[in-house]
Structure formats: structure tokens, C-alpha cells
Design a binder for this molecule. Structure first.
Ligand code: CS2
Length: 496
């Protein structure tokens, strides 16, 4: 008698409890149609799930080869499980478990850039999707242009055969496929960047032009980067999640993913070499993504970042805990009131319903979405989440106090101490620079606000000197220092 498996994998599938959904297709017959760069939790809760749905319809072209651009952790968790992992969908009604089969293999780019380049040059690969987070694009967040002095870009231009940035990897693979006479793949950005397809295309074309003018012209003219809007809340998996899910499965899963029921994916239908019928999984294929994307970035992510900073400073560990603070919850509603008039709504959009669903999603206590997780990388997030709205409101002569409070809470946060005097583990590519500015200025609004407003990568050339914005940020920061974030949020919620 063979012993029953103790770890999730192909051999364990048949023995899982009947309540656990699993791939209903022959995984061994699936070809690799997608390489995904940045195979973290978000991809595994979003695009991989939609692609799993497509595979289940019988279209076997779209298996996913995942790549991690940094750490081997995902590979170490998933490869011993034949790429399988559990998706746990949680809300107040309970938890539904499903094993996802779309991921076939995982590579670790730094261990072998050439293996990844070979995979990207397989003829079956038609799409290279990316979730490398905002900072993974090596760009200037304020302008959306390639940061040519970024260490990874400098490295990749000097060593094009062993790239380490997503941009260097894409450019090298595009050049090689072209030289080999293979059809180009479609790079598909699935990160929360503004105009994410156009931004990727601009950055990639510039990088390619620095490699050679000919490659630059080819990327500029021949490579399509569709826009996307991606949405699903995916907190980091905890050990408690692992324990609960293993008990339900009867086998260990080294890295299950926990998420909410909601999923939205809006995609510009502009693919060079075919695409999965993601509509079968509920995705919306459109000709213009921008209205969906702006609505999501400004209402969801703008609220999220504000909740993260205000919540964290006042000791709220999760988004749901911050939403349980009446002043903070009222502030988030009021912030959305201010963001809404700046939006060009998608056709047929029910913005009131959308906002209500966001509030419900933020209040989902079954998810432990840490404010600290969302607070990360603020320099890369503020421009598209809060500052676009600020610019639109300033241009129309409207008050910007509430968005200024979101910015001020970020300033208070990156200065490195919370309201209880505890040090904050600030994670941000510019964390060291921010810490120096904060130390030199001290916890004084009149000094700290102008110092941090001077960070051009975030605030560009226009906002640092804008008198109304500057005054609004300074007084919001002063209020945070005087009365803390709960009372300030409540006060700002009441402003007319
Ligand atoms: C969050 C997002 O971590 C963050 O910054 O705001 O990851 C958010 O959960 C997703 O964009 C939701 O789709």
C-alpha cells in the first residue's frame, strides 16, 4: 500500500475532500502560452484563476510559467506541489477552497536569467504578463518615464544578456524573438500604474532605444501593451491561514492564497498573438480601459492608502480595524465624495453602487489585510492614487484638504514613528532619503511638509510650490501632530 501524500501535489488531488474544487482538466496536456513575471500572491488570486477557468473550458494553450524576479520562496513552495496551490475565498459567509492548476512551473530569474529568456522565446508563448509592483518598472512615478539612473537599468544596459529588471528581461526576449523570426508576445501589465499599458510601452521603448535605435523603433512601432485594470484584495498569507487550510485539505500547502469573493479585470483587447477567452472567467474586454482604471485607482486605492497611513498611525493593524473607527470610516466616504467629480465614468457605471461595494470590501473582517502591507512603497503609489485627483481639483478651484490629509498621513508615517512613539518599519525604495529628510526637519509640520513635498519623483515640478496644496498639506500634518489621526480624520470628514 502506498502511503497517502502529506503535501499538496498531483498525487494528492484525488484524496482531497469533495468540498475542495480542483482542476477539471488534464494538466499534462496543457501548453505554455503565458510567462508571468512576478508570481506573487496577487497574480495567483487573479490572472491565474481566470486562466484556470479558461483551461477548464478545454482551451489548453494557456498554461502559465511563473517567474520570480527576486526571491526563490514561491518556487520553493510551488514546484514540490507540481505548481498547485489552494485559493481560499473568504468573507463573513465562510471560506471556499479551490486548487488552481494553471501554474505549470516557476523559475527564479536571478538564479538563471538564461533559463527565463529561453522560456520567453518558446514559440507557444503569446503573452508575458507582469505583476512586479509599481517599483518594478524602474520609472519615475511623477512622470511615468524610465529612470535611466536606476541601478537595475544601468546594470541591464551594461549586461543585456543577463538582465535583472522586468524591463531588461522583456527587451532582451523581444529582441531575440525578432532575430529568431518568432511572432512577438504581448506584454500585459497587471500592476496598479496609471495608464499601465501605455506606461509600460513608454518605458520599454525607451529602454530598447538605449540598447539600439533599431530595437527602440521596433518596440515603439510593433509591440502592443494593452491597458488593464486589475482588482482583487489579496492580503499576505499568514501561518494561521496555512494551518487552517491544511486542516481542511488534509494535506499541507506551503503557500495557499487568501482573498475576497470580488474579482474584476478590464482588459484592452489588443493582443498580437492571441489571448485566452478570459471573458469566460468574467473579465471585460474593452477598447478603452482608462475610465475603469482611474475610477479604481482613485476610489479604491486612494482610499486604501489613506486608510493605511491614518489607520497604522493610530494603531489599527488591519483595514477592517481602521474602518471600525467611525472617524476614519467617515473620512473615507468623504474622500470618495471629493474624488468622484474628477472621474470620467465608464459606460453604464453605477458609481454609488461601486462605492458601497468598496466600503463593504474594506469592512470584510474575514480578511486580515494589514495597513502596513498597503503602506509600503508610498512614493510609487501616491501620484496615481491621490495626486492626480489633487491636480484635477486644484485646476477647478476646488478644495484639496481631504486628499492633503492622505498625503500628510503618509508624511507622518514615513517619518518613522507612530502615534504611540513606536518605530515604523518603513518599506519604500526611497525610504533612506525620506528618513534623512524627516530627521533633518523634525516632527514639525512647517518643516517636514515642505521637505517631503520637495521629493520630485512623487510630487513632480508643479505641486511642491503650489500655494494652496502646500498650505493644505502643512495644516493637515499639523493637525495630525496635534490631535492624532482618528480625531483629524473625523474633523476632515466634517469639512464642507
Ligand atoms: C493595495 C492594493 O497594497 C496596496 O497598495 O491598495 O494591492 C489593493 O488591494 C489592490 O489594488 C486591490 O485590487
Amino acid at each position: 500500500m502506498t502511503s497517502s501524500p502529506r503535501r499538496l501535489g498531483t498525487a494528492a488531488l484525488a484524496g482531497l475532500p469533495a468540498s475542495v474544487a480542483r482542476p477539471g482538466y488534464d494538466r499534462s496536456a496543457v501548453a505554455t502560452g503565458i510567462v508571468h513575471l512576478g508570481i506573487g500572491a496577487f497574480h495567483r488570486a487573479h490572472q491565474a484563476v481566470c486562466t484556470d477557468d479558461v483551461l477548464a473550458t478545454g482551451d489548453r494553450r494557456w498554461g502559465i510559467l511563473g517567474a520570480s524576479l527576486r526571491s526563490p520562496d514561491t518556487r520553493d513552495a510551488l514546484v514540490p506541489q507540481d505548481g498547485l496551490y489552494t485559493l481560499s475565498v473568504r468573507d463573513s459567509d465562510g471560506e471556499a477552497l479551490r486548487v488552481i492548476g494553471a501554474v505549470q512551473d516557476v523559475l527564479v530569474a536571478p538564479e538563471s536569467p538564461s533559463a527565463l529568456l529561453d522560456a520567453l522565446c518558446r514559440p507557444s508563448v503569446a503573452i508575458v504578463s507582469l505583476t512586479v509592483t509599481e517599483k518594478g518598472y524602474c520609472h519615475d512615478p511623477a512622470t511615468g518615464r524610465l529612470d535611466e539612473s536606476h541601478p537595475d537599468i544601468v546594470h541591464d544596459l551594461a549586461h543585456p544578456g543577463a538582465p535583472r529588471s522586468a524591463i531588461g528581461i522583456l527587451a532582451r526576449a523581444i529582441a531575440r524573438r525578432r532575430a529568431e523570426g518568432l511572432a512577438p508576445f504581448t506584454p500585459l501589465c497587471c500592476d496598479n500604474l496609471p495608464a499601465n499599458g501605455r506606461t509600460l510601452h513608454r518605458i520599454l521603448s525607451r529602454f530598447a532605444a538605449l540598447v539600439s535605435p533599431d530595437l527602440g523603433a521596433y518596440v515603439e512601432g510593433e509591440i502592443a501593451c494593452p491597458e488593464t485594470m486589475v482588482d482583487r484584495i489579496v492580503p499576505a498569507t499568514t501561518d494561521e491561514d496555512r494551518g487552517r487550510i491544511a486542516a481542511a485539505l488534509g494535506v499541507e500547502d506551503a503557500w495557499p492564497i487568501v482573498t475576497e469573493p470580488f474579482l474584476q479585470w478590464v482588459i484592452e483587447d489588443r493582443f498580437l498573438s492571441g489571448r485566452p477567452a478570459w471573458e469566460a472567467a468574467g473579465a471585460t474586454l474593452v477598447s478603452e480601459v482608462a475610465p475603469y482604471e482611474t475610477m479604481k485607482l482613485r476610489l479604491l486605492n486612494g482610499s486604501h492608502s489613506s486608510l493605511a497611513y491614518l489607520g497604522y498611525l493610530s494603531g489599527c493593524e488591519t483595514v477592517a480595524a481602521a474602518m471600525a473607527e467611525p472617524g476614519i470610516a467617515a473620512f473615507v466616504e468623504a474622500l470618495m465624495d471629493d474624488s468622484t467629480p474628477t472621474l470620467t465614468l465608464p459606460p453604464g457605471a453605477d458609481v454609488a453602487g461601486y462605492r458601497r461595494s468598496l466600503i463593504d470590501r474594506f469592512r470584510n473582517t474575514a480578511l486580515k489585510h494589514r495597513t502596513w502591507q498597503i503602506a509600503m512603497d508610498g512614493t510609487q503609489k501616491l501620484p496615481q492614487r491621490l495626486l492626480g485627483t489633487v491636480r484635477d481639483r486644484l485646476a477647478r478651484g476646488l478644495p484639496v484638504d481631504r486628499h492633503a490629509l492622505g498625503v500628510a498621513a503618509w508624511m507622518r508615517y514615513v517619518s518613522g514613528t507612530d502615534e504611540a512613539g513606536k518605530p515604523i518599519d518603513v518599506r519604500d525604495p526611497l525610504a533612506a532619503d525620506l528618513a534623512v529628510l524627516a530627521r533633518e526637519a523634525g516632527p514639525v509640520a512647517d518643516r517636514l511638509a515642505p521637505a517631503l513635498l520637495g521629493v520630485r519623483a512623487v510630487f513632480g515640478d508643479d505641486l511642491p510650490g503650489h500655494p494652496r496644496f502646500r498650505a493644505a498639506v502643512t495644516s493637515a500634518l499639523d493637525a495630525l501632530y496635534r490631535q492624532g489621526s482618528k480625531a483629524t480624520a473625523a474633523e476632515y470628514a466634517r469639512l464642507s
